[in-house]
Design a protein around this ligand. Sequence first.
Ligand code: MG
Length: 159
Amino acid sequence: MRIGNGYDSHRFEEGRPLILGGVRIPDHAGLRGHSDGDAVAHAVIDAILGAAAAGNVGSHFPPSDDAWKDADSIVLLERARAVLHERGYEVVNVDVTVVCESPRIGPHVAAMCSRLADAMGVPVDRVSVKGKTNEGMGWIGRGEGVAVHAVALIRTAMG
Ligand code: MG
């Protein structure tokens, strides 16, 4: 068993679709980013790659590479899972905390867990996503963007 930690933050930007955990959330500014800006997917990628000491989202999918421009970050997560498998590991479980003043995360948790679990090839009950506000404090409190924390447990792949 090995544990990994992931963190990501993105700034809100009007005129872009908001995608978190592979789920399109309507009626809200999106997130600035070279890819689709999906900070949830990016934090999860960093957590599972970190658990394997296998780099991070930036080293595998560098913003300098146009292949990842506006990329679907769920596809990046599927690729990160493949990196893990090449090294003989599989995901046990992932726990994610999304910190933002808006949108409300709760109504989208089930859909996010489903998309993340599918991308990692694990049952949905191995994935947890929780939303919190920052109680109005700091840049998150001012609604400038979203921060995401993730931890992942991985293990040597069975068979
Ligand atoms: Mg990111």
